[in-house]
Design a protein around this ligand. Sequence first.
Ligand code: C5P
Length: 227
Amino acid sequence: MQPKLCLALDTGLQKVRDLVRALKGYPLVYKIGYRLFLPFGPSVVDEIKEISGNGEIFLDLKLHDIPNTVRNGVKEASNLGVNYLTLHTLGGIEMVKAASEVKGDTKLLGVTLLTSHGSDYLEFIGTNLGKEEFVLRLAKAALEGGCDGLVCSAHEVEFLKRELGKDFIAVVPGIRLKKNINDDQKRVATPEEALDRGADMLVVGRPILNAEKPIKVVEEILKIMGY
Ligand code: C5P
């Protein structure tokens, strides 16, 4: 599939409305997370769909609970008609299986290790596994359980596609146009690097949201992606 660009709408509603309206017709996926979904709920999903001219919706709730509760959550999200939904694969294979039973047309994306986490986190949770082994274990559980894709850092994509085959959607956040801007992301890559390594979807938030000319940044990234 041609790689997709996903804009993380991690900002206030008015700014989101203005931006999505200005981007109408651009081939984008719009990621709705806590910042919008908690205060505004399903109506914001409908609104973004409408003002983007039927853009795809990625609901990033990173579900993690007992299997039955996650099953109920996934069913509701699928009823909203969202195209992508995240869950934490740390929830275990039974949880992932319960989720995939009711996903309908919604693509499930398994989160392995957040890009803000480094080896200090692995030490914190008390695993002796190295980062790669840990991510691979979670990634295998995700795909076995029925996830359609994995959220992973650009540094893991190549390795995961080699180990697991290419038949999953590799969703890569932590994208920065210039290598020296890191903010709280510890494992960043440029769009070119992420694509070279096999990313199928680039998730970009602050580099677009905080830009003086966000549309130009979107156009720049889309051009790099071959649009
Ligand atoms: O602003 P920035 O480009 O860092 O945004 C990245 C987006 O990707 C955020 O919405 C963040 O929640 C999400 N994300 C991430 N790391 C993951 C999974 C999702 O940064 N492993």
